[in-house]
Design a protein around this ligand. Structure first.
Ligand code: CP
Ligand code: NVA
Length: 304
């Protein structure tokens, strides 16, 4: 069987994605109940981080420890990647020593190149273009609180960034309508929008996007690597803050998600994360369970 990779949500078919999230919910219950589960015994996860991380690193590393395996953290500062060793060479070497590899980097092409040369599964743990692991946790969280997301309305408020692009892919794979409210010049990938025009709408007014929505979500105005644009972006996005008052326009059962880290007073009001409609801490926890299910699938120790 060809090596399976997870570079975007489109790498796994919709039926399998749905089963994978049910598996994540099951793994969460097993952990809560103290059921020993060690499918990754003697397996090694290589973790390459070229950008900062709290949730992604800890969730992957904890997943390996809890499931009987181990994880090795690599950054450009302490590996030869930072001294110019080609990605293709690193991929060929690491995949002879690790059973599965995750990468967080800048250009999406880098994870594609890595996967091309890797003989073991490669997971995209965030690039400038996509953050598919976060979407597994987000959709798991919606399902746990409200059931299937199929046919629902999701509102994205803010930057058309890597998370927004992944929401577009999720709208396709999980079957929901996506309204994106962003300022002109900050739209998500144009090809992706065009390819999903039957389910994705770009708007300028956050209020119009959120009206009657079942899920509202946002992300920072300046992503990692865009620190120099912070001041300019703060101006452009000033009208794009999610607050309890904005949430009042949504469906009465609407939920709020944020991949975190959040900037209170910018994309979210000071009180948004503590609002009863916010489930961001469950969302963060679900990174652990969803990625366990993902690795079980990629390693072939769980069949959908
Ligand atoms: N949401 C997310 O990926 O968080 P980290 O940057 O902390 O990994
Ligand atoms: N869009 C953010 C997501 C962080 C998890 C970034 O890329 O920095």
């Amino acid at each position: 069987m060809a090596t399976r990779h997870f570079l975007t949500l489109l790498d796994i078919d919709p039926a399998t994605l749905e089963k994978l999230l049910l598996r994540a919910i099951e793994l969460k219950q097993m952990l809560r109940a103290g059921v020993p589960h060690e499918p990754f015994k003697n397996k090694v996860l290589g973790m390459i981080f070229e950008k900062s991380s709290t949730r992604t690193r800890v969730s992957f590393e904890s997943a390996m420890i809890q499931c009987g395996g181990g994880a090795i953290f690599l950054s450009p500062r302490d590996s030869q990647l930072g001294r110019g060793e080609p990605v293709a060479d690193t991929a060929r070497v690491l995949s002879r020593m690790c059973d599965i590899i995750m990468i967080r980097t800048f250009e999406h092409e880098k994870v594609e190149t890595f996967a091309r040369y890797s003989s073991v599964p490669v997971i995209n743990a965030l690039t400038d273009s996509f953050h598919p692991c976060q979407l597994l946790a987000d959709i798991q969280t919606y399902i746990e609180h409200r059931g299937s997301i199929r046919g629902k309305i999701v509102a994205w408020v803010g930057d058309g960034n890597n998370m927004c692009n992944s929401y577009i892919n999720a709208s396709r794979q999980f079957g929901f309508q996506l309204r994106i409210a962003c300022p002109a010049g900050f739209e998500p990938d144009a090809n992706l929008v065009a390819a999903n025009s039957d389910r994705v709408t770009i708007l300028r007014d956050p209020r119009a996007a959120v009206e009657h929505a079942h899920l509202v979500t946002t992300d920072v105005w300046a992503s990692m690597g865009q620190e120099d644009e912070q001041a300019h972006r703060a101006k452009a996005f000033a009208q794009y803050q999610v607050s309890p008052a904005l949430m009042d326009l949504a469906d009465k059962d609407a939920l709020f998600l944020h991949c975190l880290p959040a900037h209170r007073g910018e994309e979210v009001s000071e009180d948004m994360l503590d609002d009863p409609r916010s489930v961001v801490w469950d969302e963060a926890e679900n990174r652990l369970h969803a990625q366990k299910a993902l690795m079980e699938y990629l390693l072939g120790c769980w069949k959908p």
